[in-house]
Every structure is written in structure tokens, then in C-alpha cells.
Design a binder for this molecule. Structure first.
Ligand code: F6P
Length: 751
């Protein structure tokens, strides 16, 4: 009904507009026509048959005869009155009803342009006058005898008939336009209905599996996408609840038909190392955010994890191809170890990845070093891993999760070998802005390599924007800002934020002893007085983690708040990392020096304010320290996410303990109940440490409860689930597009 009312409204307004414009045109045109017609009539009346008689009587000054002639002229039904004016512009003769308002003097100036002008320069004049009785047409026509101008005749013609005719024409016009508009609307409606019906029935036929029409393709794609999205949203609503390993497994089954996932990462969750002189082999869990996050996902999804076989006993504990089933005792997925030569490891891992890309991506004022020899190895190792991956996959369109900056080229290399693979790349570290990215001599190759991925994930939208800006600046490609995608060579790469997280509940927290026991054990190990307030820091020894700034903040705390001297101790668990790189060796020495200085300044008897535990610690130890502590300080100078912050929260089931967190971590955007600080600002950081140590139990609980609720909901299963669901949609869409393309080429008869 509403549609019809709107239709009629539009019709009436349209008609009104057309009529208004039409009548304006009619008025202008007909007025011009009629006026021209009247002027012609007047000229004919004076210069026609009566002309000779006029000249004759005029030259003899026979006014009465002239009056008779004028009266004859007015026998024409439209000529109302006539007058004769002399060449001196005086009235000579006039009919009875000639209007007084029209006088010879005024008109004569138009006919006779200047006094004493020759007869040849006299011209006719015409105009419209408004008299009390209505509008009239006035013509003044000169009467010439040879080369002598006798004067002029004025004819007054009725114009009312013009108005009558115009009104009639307007009526006809309105009627004609109205009729035409109604007829055109009716024809359009009928035609639209007929073609809509035909179109709908063809669309339905196609959706039921019939042959497609090429023009349907865009709309079909949209319809499919919409259905896809609605179904996806409905399904996840229906599933609802928390993300768990079971839900992730179900998601994989539902959306990806249980397909196996293949992970490509430099680091792996189980490293076999020979330890001690006896050469016993121990399994190590590396200190790596990537491993912490991804391992539970692989437990849930199963599949293959391809990584560098870096452990000294890895070969001994793998089969001929470098494979081993893990986790030990509850084998659910496979690790495929890739062997690298020393030269490859030096160039790819230490050189290009960690002396080049690592400082490039972190704003910590460390200068990136780019060597062409390292780049060569980086390319070769990416190639090597891509080849191993192709050996490991069982189908043409596997789901591949490429991890981190070590493998920027891998997505493209995999795409070349497996064009139908769904490649998800996740970048675990910050993404630099385009200016910084431009420093790298091989920026284009890196960006192109990454764009081989179907989905490119970063921790934050900010990182996504930086990546898109770099693509915009350095590559020939189209940026689809609405979809957050890059289109290159006809392929789409979705660029999305997927903030990484932890398994929930955290396995290591679940298996850890109660908080009191942890605290007692740690206090014993560190030889602390029972009333000591304990702070912890847990990191790989990396200059991006701000460990030096952290110790300086502890020093500042003791300077500014003497009450904590002798009472506060800070235990730093520092796992040596990348020690083959000079910058990391320097960091080791600096940390040692700073810790020694603080201990010297504020230590007393057995009391040491800084306890530096410089070695690799297995997760159970790390979780024991988290649970024993009163506060945990994460002071990264720049960090993609920082899972230590989330681990501390996960470890504290007792809802105690305070997290002091650097504003330069991705985690600071999520764990807003932490005490957020600028780690460079030692006054601010030391005040936050003091506030944390003096915080009431109630406030600690409130803050910790809120952070635990957040990490519980936004856990790593959700992280992986969202990426896999997005990948599944993309995969579906690509399959459908492929099917449509096949249909269209078959219909068009192309090979
Ligand atoms: O989480 C960031 C990260 O750089 C990972 O990519 C890496 O595995 C981890 O830290 C530890 O670094 P590495 O593997 O060099 O010891």
C-alpha cells in the first residue's frame, strides 16, 4: 500500500512539474506566434488594398476620407480601432473607439527614429499595451509616398482571444501529458513485473542448480555471502557460551569438514635437548608467546606443526623424516622438524629475522641491520619450509597457518605450489608504519610474499592499518578499505585484527599447587623473609621487553619510598635468548650490572632487592612464581600483545596480585584494570609499583576478577576459531565463485 501511495505521489509531483514547465513553454511560444501574426495582419491592412487610397486622401489632407478608410480597416474582427498620425506626430484622423491612452507623439518616436529623417529610415513598430479593458496589441505602420513620409497608421488589436487560446492549449497539454504519463507508467509497471517474474524464476532455477545467466553472477555472489554470514552468525549464536577446545574442534568440523591444519612456525612447542654430562635428553617448552598460544590450538585441532629442529637431541627423537607425535603421552598431533645448516640459521634466523626484521618492527631505537647474504638465506629457508609443507599436506586445498616474521615469503611460495590452499598468516609482533617499513631494502618482496595469504592477522587494528599503508605506498594494488582487504592480481587478502590470547583455563595454572604452597616454595628458594613483598618479571632476555627500565623503576621505588627498603624484592626470571647476537649479549651484561648496582645500594645482610634468575624456566616454575608474587611488572618498550601479562592473570585463581603493565603492549588495550604505565617514565612506574604494593585486597580482587573474566572469554580458542571461521567463509566463497565461473564458461561454450 505504502509503495502505491509513494508511486502516486511521485507521479503527481512529476506530472505537476512537467505541466508547469510545459505551460511556460506554451505561453512563450504561442505569444510569440500570435504577436507575429497580429503584426502581419496590421501591416497587410495598411499596406494592402487600402494603401493607395490612404496615400491619396492623406496627401490631400482629407481627414474625413481618411477616417472612413480607417473605419473600413477596423471591419476586420480583431482590429478594434485605428488612427492616422501626421509626420509631425499629430493626430489626423481616428475611429470612434480609439483609446485615448495611445497617442501619436509617443508612438511616433518609435516609428520615426530622428527628426528630419528621410522616409527610408521610418520603421514599423509593434508592442503590447495594457488598457482598462484588457491587453491590446498596438502596431504603428508608416505611410510612405515615394520619398516622402506622410505619417503612420496606428492599429489596435484585441489580445483577449490569445489568452483564451492559450488557456485552451494548456488544458489540452495537461490532458495529453497526464494521459501519456499514465500510459507510460502502466507500460513500465507491466514490463517491470513481467521481467521481474522472469528474472526471479531464472534466479530460482539457478539457485536450485540450473544453468546460470552471466549477469546473475554479482547478485548471486552477494546473496551467497549474505546467506553465508547469516548462517555463520546464527550458528555461533546457537553454539554460544565459552570458547573451549571442544567448540574449536566442532567449529573445525562444521566449517572446514574436520580438515587437518598445518602450522608453519620457526619455533615448536617441544624441543629435545641433551642436558648435563650424562647426555640425558630432556624436553623443553620454549619461552615463546607464539608457542604458548598455538600449542593448545593444535591439541584441539590436530594436524602437523612444521618447525626448525633446533634442539641438540631433536634428530635423535624424530623419525627419518624429522617427524614426532606429541604431546608426549597424549599424542594428538605431529611435529615435522626441518633441519637447517649453521649457515642457514645464521642468515635466516639470527641475521635477517632477528637483526633485521625484529628491530624494524619494534619501536625501541635499535637499529635494524640488513645484509644481502642474510636475505639470500632468508629466501632459501622460506623456500625450504614451503617445500616441506607441500610434502606434508594431503590435499590440494589445505588450511595452512603461517606464523610470524620468520616466514614473510612463505604464503606466496605456498600459493604458487598450492593455488587452492587457504593460507592464514599471523604476525605475532608489531607491524611498523610505512615509513619504518620502507627502511627494508626488500620491502616489496616481503609485502608481496605476505599477500600470498588469504587472511593476514595482526594483534590490533593499528597494526592492520600500518600494513595496509605500506602496501598502499610500495605496491601496485587495490585497497578495499570497506572490507579491509588488499586486492592484487585478482586475489583478495583480508587484513584483520585477531588479538592473541591463552588457553582457558591455563593448563599450567590448573596443574599448579595452591597459591600458599607456591608462595612458600618460592620464598624458600629465594630465601625471603615471610613478610617480604614480592614482585616478578618473566621474559626472554630481549631489549624490547624493557627489563633494564624495569630494574631502574625498582631502584626508583626504593629511592622514593624508603618504607619498602628491606621489604620489597623483585625476582626477574630471564630466559637467555638469541645470544649469538651482540646486542643480546650486551643486554645480558647491562642487566647484570644494573641489578648488581641496585643490590649494592639497597641490599642489607641477606636482603637483595633484585634477584636475577638468568636461565630457562619451564612453565610449572614460571606459574609458581606468578602465584607467589604480590605484583607482576610487564614493562615492554613495544610488544605486539605480551602473553606474560595474560599468564599472570590466568595463574591467579585466588584473584590476588596486581599487574603493572606497559602502555606499549597490545595487552594494555584489553587488560585495562591493570596499572598501566609508561615504562620510560621511572617516576610513574615506581609510583605504580608503590600503589600496587599498598593496594587493598578488595581492590586487587575487583581488578583481577575483571581481567580474568576478559581472558576467559577472549581466549586462544576464540582467536583460532574466529580465524578459522573467516577462512572457512572465504574458502566457501572461493569454491562457489569457482563453481559459478565454471558454470558460466560452460554456458558460454568456452573451454
Ligand atoms: O611471540 C613473539 C616471538 O617473537 C615469537 O615469534 C618467537 O617464537 C618468540 O617471540 C621467541 O623468540 P625466539 O623464537 O627467537 O626464541
Amino acid at each position: 500500500m505504502r509503495r502505491w501511495v509513494s508511486f502516486l505521489l511521485v507521479l503527481v509531483i512529476g506530472l505537476g512539474l512537467v505541466t508547469w514547465v510545459g505551460s511556460l513553454l506554451v505561453h512563450r511560444t504561442t505569444s510569440a506566434w500570435f504577436e507575429k501574426d497580429l503584426s502581419l495582419r496590421a501591416a497587410l491592412a495598411v499596406r494592402g488594398a487600402a494603401h493607395q487610397a490612404l496615400v491619396f486622401h492623406w496627401s490631400k489632407d482629407q481627414a474625413q476620407e481618411l477616417q472612413r478608410l480607417l473605419a473600413e480597416i477596423t471591419h476586420d474582427e480583431r482590429i478594434m480601432a485605428a488612427a492616422a498620425c501626421t509626420s509631425e506626430l499629430k493626430p489626423l484622423a481616428r475611429t470612434k473607439d480609439f483609446p485615448d491612452q495611445i497617442d501619436c507623439q509617443a508612438l511616433g518616436l518609435n516609428v520615426r527614429p530622428a527628426a528630419d529623417n528621410p522616409a527610408s529610415s521610418w520603421t514599423s513598430w509593434k508592442g503590447v499595451e495594457t488598457l482598462p479593458g484588457g491587453r491590446v496589441h498596438v502596431s504603428a505602420i508608416p505611410v510612405i509616398d515615394g520619398d516622402r513620409a506622410l505619417g503612420f497608421v496606428v492599429l489596435v488589436q484585441d489580445l483577449s482571444f490569445v489568452e483564451r487560446r492559450e488557456a485552451k492549449m494548456r488544458q489540452y497539454l495537461l490532458f495529453a501529458f497526464g494521459f501519456l504519463a499514465l500510459a507510460a507508467s502502466a507500460v513500465t509497471i507491466i514490463a517491470a513485473r513481467l521481467s521481474w517474474r522472469g528474472w526471479m524464476s531464472e534466479l530460482r532455477t539457478f539457485l536450485r542448480g540450473g544453468a546460470p545467466r552471466p549477469e546473475f553472477q554479482p547478485i548471486l555472489r552477494d546473496v551467497r555471502e549474505l546467506v553465508d554470514r547469516i548462517v555463520g552468525e546464527r550458528e555461533s549464536d546457537r553454539e554460544g557460551g565459552a570458547w573451549t577446545p571442544q567448540r574449536l574442534k566442532q567449529t573445525l568440523n562444521r566449517y572446514l569438514h574436520g580438515e587437518r591444519v598445518v602450522v608453519l612456525a620457526n619455533r615448536k612447542p617441544y624441543i629435545h635437548e641433551k642436558s648435563g654430562n650424562g647426555g640425558e635428553i630432556a624436553v623443553h617448552h620454549p619461552a615463546s608467546g607464539l608457542v604458548t598460544a598455538l600449542e593448545p590450538v593444535m591439541r584441539a585441532c590436530s594436524g602437523t606443526w612444521i618447525a626448525h629442529g633446533s634442539g641438540s637431541a631433536d634428530r635423535e627423537r624424530s623419525d627419518r623424516l624429522g617427524r614426532i607425535r606429541v604431546p608426549p603421552g597424549e599424542e594428538s598431533y605431529l611435529i615435522r622438524r626441518v633441519w637447517l645448516t649453521q649457515e642457514e640459521e645464521k642468515g635466516y634466523y639470527y641475521g635477517f629475522s632477528n637483526e633485521g626484521l625484529w628491530p624494524l618492527c619494534h619501536t625501541v631505537h635499535a637499529r635494524p641491520v640488513f645484509r644481502s647474504e642474510d636475505w639470500k638465506q632468508y629466501k632459501a629457508v622460506n623456500q625450504k619450509f614451503a617445500e616441506v609443507l607441500c610434502q606434508e599436506v594431503e590435499q590440494e586445498d589445505p588450511i595452512v597457518l603461517v606464523q610470524d616474521y620468520h616466514f614473510a615469503l612463505a604464503p606466496q611460495l605456498i600459493r604458487e605450489r598450492l593455488p587452492r590452499a587457504t593460507v592464514i598468516m599471523f604476525w605475532h609482533i608489531p607491524c611498523p608504519n610505512s615509513q619504518q617499513f620502507g627502511i627494508c631494502p626488500w620491502r616489496k618482496e616481503l609485502l608481496e610474499g605476505m599477500l600470498g595469504a588469504s587472511i593476514l592477522g595482526f594483534h590490533t587494528q593499528f597494526d592492520c592499518n600500518n600494513f595496509i599503508d605500506s602496501v598502499d605506498r610500495f605496491l601496485e594494488s587495490r585497497i578495499d578499505r570497506e572490507q579491509n582487504a588488499v586486492v592484487q592480481h585478482g586475489r583478495n587478502t583480508l587484513v584483520r585484527p585477531y588479538p592473541i590470547s591463552l588457553e582457558w583455563p591455563a593448563r599450567w595454572a590448573k596443574n599448579a599447587p595452591p597459591v600458599e604452597q607456591c608462595r612458600a616454595k618460592v620464598f624458600r628458594e629465594l630465601n625471603l623473609e615471610p613478610d617480604t613483598l614480592l614482585g616478578v618479571g618473566v621474559d626472554r632476555l630481549d631489549y624490547t621487553k624493557g627489563v633494564e627500565e624495569r630494574l631502574l623503576a625498582v631502584e626508583r621505588l626504593l629511592e622514593r619510598f624508603p618504607v619498602f627498603r628491606g621489604r620489597f624484592a623483585f625476582a626477574q626470571l630471564a630466559a637467555p635468548s638469541r645470544t649469538a647476537i651482540e646486542r643480546y649479549r650486551q643486554l645480558n651484561q647491562t642487566i647484570e650490572r644494573v641489578a648488581a648496582r641496585i643490590n649494592e645500594r639497597f641490599g642489607q645482610g641477606n636482603y637483595r632487592p633484585v634477584i636475577l634468575l638468568r636461565s630457562h624456566h619451564e612453565p610449572p616454575t614460571v606459574f609458581r612464581y606468578y602465584r607467589a608474587a604480590d605484583l607482576c611488572y610487564v614493562s615492554s618498550l613495544h610488544d605486539g600483545m605480551n602473553l606474560v601479562a595474560k599468564e599472570f592473570v590466568a595463574a591467579r585463581e585466588d584473584e590476588r596480585g596486581v599487574l603493572v603493565l606497559s602502555q606499549f603492549t597490545g595487552a594494555a588495550r584489553e587488560l585495562t584494570e591493570a596499572l598501566i604505565v609508561n615504562p620510560y617514565d621511572l617516576d610513574e612506574a615506581s609510583s605504580a609499583l608503590a600503589a600496587a604494593l599498598g593496594m587493598s585486597i578488595d581492590e586487587q580482587c575487583d581488578r583481577m576478577r575483571a581481567m580474568r573474566a576478559f581472558v576467559a572469554e577472549f581466549n586462544v580458542y576464540r582467536w583460532a576459531g574466529r580465524m578459522l571461521v573467516d577462512a572457512a567463509r572465504l574458502r566457501n566463497r572461493e569454491r562457489l565463485t569457482g563453481r559459478l565461473r565454471d558454470h558460466v564458461s560452460v554456458a558460454a561454450g568456452s573451454p
